[in-house]
Design a protein around this ligand. Structure first.
Ligand SMILES: *[C@@H]1O[C@H](CO)[C@@H](O)[C@H](O)[C@H]1NC(C)=O
Ligand SMILES: *[C@@H]1O[C@H](CO)[C@@H](O)[C@H](O)[C@H]1NC(C)=O
Ligand SMILES: *[C@@H]1O[C@H](CO)[C@@H](O)[C@H](O)[C@H]1NC(C)=O
Ligand SMILES: *[C@@H]1O[C@H](CO)[C@@H](O)[C@H](O)[C@H]1NC(C)=O
Ligand SMILES: *[C@@H]1O[C@H](CO)[C@@H](O)[C@H](O)[C@H]1NC(C)=O
Ligand SMILES: *[C@@H]1O[C@H](CO)[C@@H](O)[C@H](O)[C@H]1NC(C)=O
Length: 738
C-alpha cells in the first residue's frame, strides 16, 4: 500500500480523534474550594478539613495548631498528631509508648500505659499495624473492643544476652509482635515485667509496648537499651465515609461519591469513593475526578505511534508506514512490508487501509462504550431519537447552533443534578443551573415524562427550536439524549422571571416604560414564533413565569413548545396540575385544542398582570376576584379601569397609553378566539405605543393608530413603517407571502 495514502488516511483519523479529545485544563485539587489545602507539610484532602465547612463532618475535623515556627495537625478534640491522610480510607497518627521501667536496684519508676481511642468511627487497621512489645523481661497486654465485645491479647519478650539480639526480628527474643484483629477500636496498651529486669538491667531497664504501622518500623537492638520518652510511633487507622452500604448511602442527601464510584472495603462495614478507571483526583469532591492523560504519564504507545488521550482511556495510532495496534505492550507498530505485492494491489491496499481505519474508529468507540453504563446511555440515546436527530441535523443547511451534549457533560455541569442547582420546578420538569466546561452558564431542563411514542415529535421540537433565533426568545443550546428523559440545554437568563419581578415582595416596582417594553418584546417573540416556522410554533404556556428577564430586563420567552413533549392526552392534566389555569384559553375547554389564538389569550392575561400588578389567579382573593382575566374585563365593562390598575403605574401618568394597552388586553381576552387580534397585530400595536412613549409629540396619533390597527390585520400598516421593527426579516417575508 502506498505509504502516502496511508499517511493521509492516518492524518484524517488523527483529526477525527483530535475532535473527540477533551482538553484537560483544570488542575488537580484535593481540598474543598476556599479551604486550606495543607497544615504544615500534611496534605488535607476532603472529606478531611481544618475549618468548619471544610470537613464532611466532625469525624473528619483536623485541628491545625499553627505557631510562628511550625504547624501541627491534630485529630480534633484529641492530642493525636496526624501525619498522613489517604483518600483510600487510611489516616496515620502518632502514638506514645507504654512503658514499665526499673532502676538498677529494681525500684519501679511510674509505669505508663497508652490509650488509643480517638473516635469510635476509626478502627486500628488490622492489615497495617502490629502490636509490639520490646524488652528482655517483658509481657504486654492489648485491650480493646470489637463492636461491643471486649478483646484482650498479649505478647511476651524475653532475652538474656544483648549480643544475641537480631535486628528486624520480632519473634519473642527482645521483641514480640502480634496481629491486630479486624475492627478493633478503643484500644488500650499496657507493659509489665516479670522480674523487674534485675538480670538484664545492664542493657534493658524497661518493658515497652505500642502499636505501630508495620511498614514504618524495624526492630533494632537500640530499642532494647532505651526508647526515648518523647518517641512516638505511627499507627494507621481506617476511616469510612459512614457506616452505610453504598445502596443505602446513595439514597441519602449526604452521599459523598458525587461523580465517582462507591465501594465497600473488605474490612469494615461502610463505604468509600473512588474515581472511575482512567480518572484520578479527589472522588469525594464534586467534579473532583479528572481524566488521566495516559499519554503524558506513562507513554503507553509504541515509539512509532501517536498517542491520543481520551476521557478515561487512550488510543495509539501507528504513524504512516507502520501497522499494528500501536501499544507498547501490544503488537506495537511494525513497518509495512511493501516488497510483498509491488503493483498488484494498490486498490486492494487502499480498501484494506480504509477498513483498518473504520475498524480502528469502531474499535475506539467500542473501547469507549464498553462499560455497561455507557451501553445503557446508548440505549437511551436511541430511544430518545438520537439517530434521527443526528440525521436531521446533518440534512439541515445553514448553521445549526444546537449541540448534542453527553450526559457526563451535563452531570458535571450541574454537580450531578444537585439540589442546590435547582432554579425552578414545574409540572413539566425541573430546571437546573449548570456550568459547562467552557465556563458558559446554562439552564438545563430535565423533563419529567418520557414517552417513547413522542420521540419523533421531540426530535422535531429540538430541531425547530434550535433554529429559532430571536433576541426575545431563550436560546436552545442543545440537548442530551443519553438519559432516560431527554435533557434540554438553554442559555441562562440571570434576572429571574417576570412573575418574580411583579409579584414577589421586596422588588422595586417596574416602571411603566419597562413594562411596556417587556410586553412589546414578548409579543414580538410570540408573533415571530407564530409566523417564522411552518407549522407555526405555538407556545401553549404563555405566562409570566415563562417570561425571563436578563440583566437589562430584556424579556426572553422561555419554555416554548416544550409542552409538545407532553403526550397530548396528558396535556390537560398537566396544565391543570401546573396551575396555569388563570392563563388558559376558555375555548380550550370545549375544543381541547390550543391554537395561536390561545397564546394571544394567555398574552392578554400577562398584559393584565403588567397593568394591574396582580396575579393571574389568586386564591387569597374573594371568589369573584380570583381570576384576573375575568376581573379585568368586568372592570373595563363597568368603566372602573383605574380602580384595578397598579398604583405605581398610575402614579407615572401616561393615562392615554394605559387605556390603550388595557383596550388591547381586553381584545386579547375575548372569549372567542376569532375575535382576538393576531399576535402580529398585538406586537405592532405595542411597538407603536412604545414609539409614542419615546416621542411624546406623537401622542395625537394615538387614537387614530388604534382605530387603524383595529381595521388592518396582517397588512403592512402605517405604524409598521413608523416603528423600528424588532423582527427578523424572515418573519415579514412569511407574512407577506400569506
Ligand atoms: C485545637 O487545638 C487548640 C490548641 O492546640 C485547642 O485549644 C483547641 O481546643 C483545639 N480544638 C479542637 C476542636 O480540638
Ligand atoms: C452487642 O451488640 C449486639 C448486636 O450487635 C447485641 O445483640 C448485644 O446485646 C450487644 N451486647 C451488649 C453487651 O451491649
Ligand atoms: C470497624 O470495625 C467494625 C467491626 O468490624 C465495622 O463494623 C466498622 O465498619 C469498622 N469501621 C471502620 C471505619 O473500618
Ligand atoms: C539471675 O541470673 C542468675 C544466674 O545467671 C540466676 O541464678 C538468678 O536466679 C536469676 N535471677 C532471676 C530473678 O531470674
Ligand atoms: C541494629 O541496628 C542498629 C542501628 O539501627 C545498630 O546500632 C545495632 O548495632 C544493630 N544491632 C545488631 C545486632 O545488628
Ligand atoms: C451507624 O452510625 C450511626 C451513627 O453514626 C449509628 O447510630 C448507627 O447505629 C450505626 N449503624 C450501624 C449498623 O453500625
Amino acid at each position: 500500500m502506498d505509504p502516502r495514502t496511508r499517511l493521509s488516511v492516518n492524518i484524517l483519523v488523527s483529526l477525527v480523534m483530535a475532535a473527540t479529545v477533551i482538553p484537560v485544563t483544570r488542575t488537580r485539587v484535593l481540598h474543598k474550594n476556599g479551604c486550606p489545602s495543607k497544615c504544615g507539610n500534611l496534605n488535607i484532602p476532603f472529606p478531611f478539613g481544618t475549618k468548619e465547612g471544610c470537613f464532611l463532618n466532625e469525624n473528619f475535623h483536623i485541628n491545625c495548631s499553627e505557631s510562628a515556627t511550625s504547624s501541627i495537625a491534630y485529630l480534633a478534640n484529641t492530642d493525636f498528631i496526624v501525619t498522613d491522610i489517604t483518600m483510600e480510607g487510611q489516616l496515620q497518627i502518632l502514638t506514645t509508648v507504654a512503658r514499665d521501667c526499673y532502676d538498677a536496684s529494681g525500684d519501679q519508676a511510674i509505669p505508663q500505659t497508652t490509650f488509643l481511642s480517638p473516635f469510635s468511627i476509626y478502627n486500628v487497621s488490622s492489615t497495617r499495624n502490629k502490636f509490639t512489645a520490646i524488652g528482655c523481661d517483658t509481657y504486654a497486654y492489648l485491650y480493646g473492643f470489637i463492636g461491643n465485645k471486649s478483646y484482650t491479647a498479649g505478647c511476651m519478650s524475653i532475652c538474656n544476652r544483648f549480643e544475641d539480639l537480631v535486628n528486624g526480628s520480632c519473634s519473642g527474643f527482645g521483641c514480640c509482635q502480634i496481629q491486630i484483629p479486624d475492627g478493633l477500636k478503643a484500644v488500650y496498651v499496657e507493659a509489665y515485667s516479670f522480674k523487674k529486669h534485675v538480670n538484664v538491667s545492664d542493657f534493658n531497664r524497661c518493658s515497652y509496648a505500642f502499636i505501630v504501622e508495620e511498614s514504618g518500623f524495624r526492630f533494632s537492638s537500640d530499642y532494647v537499651r532505651s526508647i526515648p520518652l518523647d518517641q512516638k510511633f505511627p499507627v494507621s487507622l481506617d476511616w469510612l465515609v459512614s457506616n452505610e452500604t453504598c445502596d443505602e448511602a446513595a439514597k441519602n442527601p449526604s452521599y459523598a461519591c458525587h461523580q465517582s464510584e462507591c465501594y465497600e472495603p473488605v474490612i469494615g462495614s461502610g463505604y468509600l469513593c473512588k474515581c472511575p478507571d482512567g480518572f484520578d483526583g479527589n472522588p469525594y469532591l464534586p467534579e473532583g475526578c479528572l481524566d488521566v492523560d495516559e499519554c503524558k504519564i506513562w507513554s503507553p504507545c509504541d515509539e512509532n505511534a501517536i498517542c491520543y488521550n481520551l476521557p478515561g482511556s487512550f488510543n495509539c495510532l501507528c504513524k504512516g508506514g507502520y501497522e499494528g495496534d500501536g501499544k507498547r505492550y501490544g503488537t506495537g507498530c511494525s513497518p509495512i512490508d511493501e516488497q510483498g505485492f509491488p503493483f498488484l494491489v494498490i486498490g486492494l491496499g487502499v480498501s484494506i487501509g480504509l477498513l483498518v481505519v473504520i475498524l480502528s474508529i469502531s474499535w475506539t468507540y467500542w473501547g469507549l462504550w464498553k462499560r455497561k453504563l455507557i451501553r445503557q446511555r446508548e440505549q437511551f440515546f436511541l430511544q430518545n431519537g438520537g439517530i434521527i436527530l443526528r440525521q436531521e441535523f446533518s440534512k439541515l443547511k445553514g448553521p445549526v447552533s444546537a449541540k448534542i451534549f453527553t450526559s457526563e457533560e451535563l452531570k458535571k455541569a450541574t454537580n450531578n443534578f444537585h439540589e442546590t442547582r435547582i432554579l425552578g420546578k414545574g409540572g413539566q420538569g425541573t430546571v437546573y443551573k449548570g456550568i459547562l466546561q467552557d465556563h458558559r452558564v446554562v439552564a438545563i431542563k430535565k423533563s419529567m415524562i418520557a414517552d417513547r411514542s413522542q420521540v419523533e415529535q421531540f426530535v422535531n421540537e429540538v430541531i425547530v427550536l434550535s433554529q429559532v433565533n430571536h433576541r426575545n426568545v431563550v436560546k436552545l443550546l442543545g440537548c442530551c439524549l443519553e438519559t432516560e428523559v431527554p435533557l434540554l440545554v438553554y442559555e441562562f437568563i440571570s434576572n429571574g422571571t417576570l412573575y418574580q419581578r411583579l409579584h414577589c415582595p421586596g422588588n422595586a416596582s417596574l416602571s411603566w416604560e419597562c413594562r411596556l417594553r417587556i410586553a412589546a418584546e414578548t409579543a414580538g417573540a410570540l408573533s415571530y414564533l407564530h409566523s417564522a416556522a411552518y407549522p407555526p410554533i405555538i407556545h401553549r404556556d404563555v405566562k409570566s413565569t415563562n417570561i425571563l428577564l436578563d440583566e437589562h430586563y430584556v424579556a426572553k420567552v422561555s419554555d416554548f413548545g416544550a409542552s409538545r413533549l407532553v403526550p397530548l392526552d396528558q396535556t390537560q392534566l398537566t396544565t391543570l396540575v401546573q396551575g396555569t389555569l388563570g392563563y388558559l384559553d376558555p375555548e380550550y375547554f370545549q375544543s381541547s385544542q390550543l391554537t395561536e389564538k390561545s397564546d394571544v389569550y394567555s398574552f392578554g392575561v400577562v398584559l393584565a398582570e403588567l397593568l394591574t400588578g396582580r396575579k393571574a389567579l389568586s386564591f387569597l382573593m374573594p371568589e369573584e376576584e380570583r381570576n384576573l382575566a375575568m376581573q379585568f374585563v368586568s372592570a373595563l365593562k363597568k368603566d372602573r379601569l383605574f380602580g384595578i390598575i397598579d398604583h405605581h403605574v398610575l402614579a407615572e401618568g401616561n393615562t392615554t397609553q394605559i387605556k390603550e394597552v388595557s383596550m388591547l388586553a381586553n381584545r386579547c381576552l375575548r372569549v372567542r378566539g376569532e375575535d382576538r387580534p393576531s399576535m402580529k397585530e398585538v406586537a405592532m400595536e405595542l411597538d407603536s405605543l412604545r414609539t409614542m412613549l419615546k416621542h411624546p409629540w406623537m401622542k395625537n396619533y394615538s387614537k387614530e393608530t388604534e382605530s387603524l390597527l383595529g381595521e388592518l390585520s396582517g397588512t403592512n400598516s402605517q405604524s409598521n413603517k413608523s416603528s423600528p421593527s424588532d423582527y427578523d426579516s424572515r418573519q415579514q417575508i412569511v407574512l407577506h407571502g400569506r
